[in-house]
Design a protein around this ligand. Structure first.
Ligand SMILES: [Zn+2]
Ligand SMILES: [Zn+2]
Length: 166
């Protein structure tokens, strides 16, 4: 299975739209991994997690064929995870699509911590743990985050990152 991190920021993105804080200015200057769009992941080519307002950007940047999506999972209904207005683009008149059904799933589940998973035996020892969904409020650059999480065996996601799983 392949996991593609399409966007790895919280609601406001990094840089945040109207922000002049240190992290946002630095992100604009450095670009690359410091630019984080709103959160979403693609598993192989057909299961998408969340549908943020940056989906158009993700499609163009990574050359995605969104019509291959069969399942769409919403982690929750905040606008950075569910920008339902863009789903209208799949209707006749806006898209020449296969018109196959897309199964949609959603619930109120929140992110569980590594501790919780470990305590409950959910994770195998060789499991990959990746952090995503960053806010500029943390004022942490990609290299800051990497420094913090690497000693704990946790990878820091960046936009466009791809994980290949056996
Ligand atoms: Zn969010
Ligand atoms: Zn900022």
């Amino acid at each position: 299975m392949r996991i593609r991190f399409l966007g790895t920021a919280a609601f406001e993105g990094i840089p945040s739209l109207f922000c002049r804080c240190g992290l946002c200015l630095k992100a604009k200057e450095l670009g690359g991994k410091e630019i984080r769009s709103r959160t979403s992941m693609l598993l192989d080519d057909d299961l998408k997690i969340d549908f943020p307002p940056d989906t158009f950007l993700h499609m163009v940047r990574d050359g995605l064929d969104l019509e291959r999506i069969k399942d769409l999972i919403f982690t929750h209904s905040h606008s950075d995870h569910l920008y339902a207005e863009d789903l209208v683009a799949r209707l006749p008149g806006y898209a020449q699509s296969d018109a196959h059904p897309i199964q949609v799933y959603g619930n109120d589940a929140v992110l569980e911590t590594k501790q919780f998973f470990a305590e409950n035996g959910v994770l195998k020892p060789e499991a990959n743990i990746v952090v995503t969904h960053f806010s500029h409020n943390g004022q942490l650059s990609h290299s800051d985050l990497t420094e913090i999480f690497t000693p704990h065996g946790i990878q820091v996601a960046y936009d466009g990152m791809v994980l290949e799983l056996p």
